[in-house]
Design a protein around this ligand. Structure first.
Ligand SMILES: Nc1ncnc2c1ncn2[C@@H]1O[C@H](COP(=O)(O)OP(=O)(O)OP(=O)(O)O)[C@@H](O)[C@H]1O
Ligand SMILES: [Mg+2]
Length: 233
């Protein structure tokens, strides 16, 4: 199996009789990271919440053992890291695939509450994932674990937290089950944090949806739904 991705080439391989995922950096990774960090700063500035992005030097380190141990302490599971270098990363293959595909193939939005709970645990501890798409959650034994940790911030701003909520919701905006996904994500999130989403998260969701969504008709239908029930009061 082989996934072609924006930043890395991702392949499923057999190593020592075990299935693993190998993520090899593309030659253009630095350029892509520059675009992402530049866009992050620009959006934060335009939305009057100037925030500094994750420094490029931190991105690879964030994928390493130390970050995974920190996240495990917060109750945020990640795939087992097998090897890491400047050029590639090898981690445990997680059988269930990513959460976006699970939403599409199972038609069930149940696991969105797990993603909301993990996001809430992060925010309670002052952490944020920043790039919190449903594609960055993997389905393992009927729950979710978190991969793609590069942009994680350990001292996070209101903007970074809103980015987490906004990017998760934006990644599901082209699905017919969006409303149910939003509701379950919210329930998981509020159970950990005791509060709902900021208005800023919904603004970010709408901005990112324009880039993420593969079906603009469904996306615009979802964009005009009433979001008040999930906002903090
Ligand atoms: N450990 C894993 N087990 C199974 N599938 C995985 C695993 N890690 C990644 N994948 C699959 O590969 C996809 C891309 O992985 P990842 O997000 O780590 O790469 P990326 O290059 O950072 O991608 P992007 O820039 O698009 O976010 C995931 O959405 C998932 O479908
Ligand atoms: Mg990813």
């Amino acid at each position: 199996m082989y996934f072609v991705n924006w930043q890395r080439d991702i392949s499923v391989e057999e190593r020592n009789g075990r299935r693993v995922v190998v993520k090899r950096n593309k030659a253009t990774k630095d350029f892509h990271e520059f675009i992402i960090t530049y866009t992050y700063s620009l959006i934060s500035f335009l939305l009057a919440h100037p925030s500094s992005p994750t420094a490029p030097s931190e991105i690879m380190a964030n994928e390493g053992h130390l970050m995974r141990e920190n996240l495990a302490r917060l109750g945020v599971p990640t795939p087992e890291l097998i090897a890491i270098s400047d050029q590639y990363l090898i981690e445990e293959y997680v059988e269930g695939g990513d959460l976006y595909r699970a939403f599409v193939s199972s038609g069930s939005s149940e696991l969105a509450s797990g993603a909301g709970a993990l996001t809430g645990k992060m925010h309670r501890a002052g952490y944020a994932f920043v790039d919190n798409k449903a594609q960055n959650y993997l389905v393992k034994e009927k729950s979710v674990v978190r991969t793609d940790l590069g942009f994680t911030k350990s001292s996070c701003s209101e903007f970074a937290k809103s980015m987490d909520v906004g990017s998760f919701l934006a990644s599901a905006m082209d699905l017919k089950s969006y409303s149910e996904i939003e509701n379950r994500f919210y329930k998981g999130y509020i159970a950990e944090t005791g509060h709902g989403f900021s208005h800023l998260a919904i603004v970010i969701r709408n901005l990112l949806s324009l880039g993420f969504s593969s079906d603009s008709t469904i996306m615009f239908q979802n964009m005009i739904l009433d979001s008040r029930p999930v906002l903090e009061i």
